[in-house]
Design a protein. Sequence first.
Length: 310
Amino acid sequence: MNPRSTIHTLAALALASALALSGCTDASQSSAGGASASASAASNDSLISSLKTDDTIAAMVPSELKNKGTLTIGSDATYAPAEYVDSDGSTIVGYDVDYAEAMAKLMGVKVKFVNATFDSLIPAVGSKYDMSISSFTITSEREKQVNLTSYFTAGMAKAVQKGNPKKVPADSLCGFKVAVETGTSEEADANAQSKKCVTDGKKAVDILSYKTQTDATTNVTGGKADVSYADSMIINYSIKQTGGKLEPIGKVTDAEPFGVATAKNDKGLSKAVQAATQKLIDDGTMKKILTTWGNQDGMITKSEINPSVE
């Protein structure tokens, strides 16, 4: 799968507004969705506040960053529920933000998020930003430019109306109306599946392609489409935000890890990130953070610096 697309991040803003009013591409490419999540963000405040500095992890933080006291983090805040601008028009919220704040508590520093375009982030890591957290799928090409420390995983997933009234099977889309966002990997995969359905003597997939994930989700909840097909993080959050009108079917496929980007010469910062991330995983904090945002399925059990990827 390909890296996150700048084009598709614009649709995240439309979906956020639509869901607020109504009450993969790869895991880092498709537009995301969610209503204003100030309540969800606030629900993790006490959890993060309860964390204490870990002296061993704090000792790994490069001295200049420790002396500065604040990590500057670049992020493209148009990708709910990972990172996006809250209803006040300025505060960046999301599970990536909560994760970064929790990680910083263990390091004994604070964080400052800076909103920027996606394609500008990695080139500025190590100069303008101490790190970047913005739903980066870990790829071998990106690992040549920066260090990437894994903390999350996502792939493709499906959702249907609660109770699955159309009886959509978990392993086939043949003969069903499938809502996808135009230009995504899910649309391409649905088309590939449709061709195979016909070859196998079954009904083709009726693909309903929408310009935004908002419309795809809305038409499943409204019954026009039988199943929504999108990135797992988006499916999980749409289920949470639609108040149980949707439910998942089948397993997440084509899952890939996301990574925190630090400079190649980060003077040990990536080691501090890895150690802090692993502690958050091991003590259950990461699961609580992700659960708040409906994305506990993205949990990993081991954080690695520059893991081997295809």
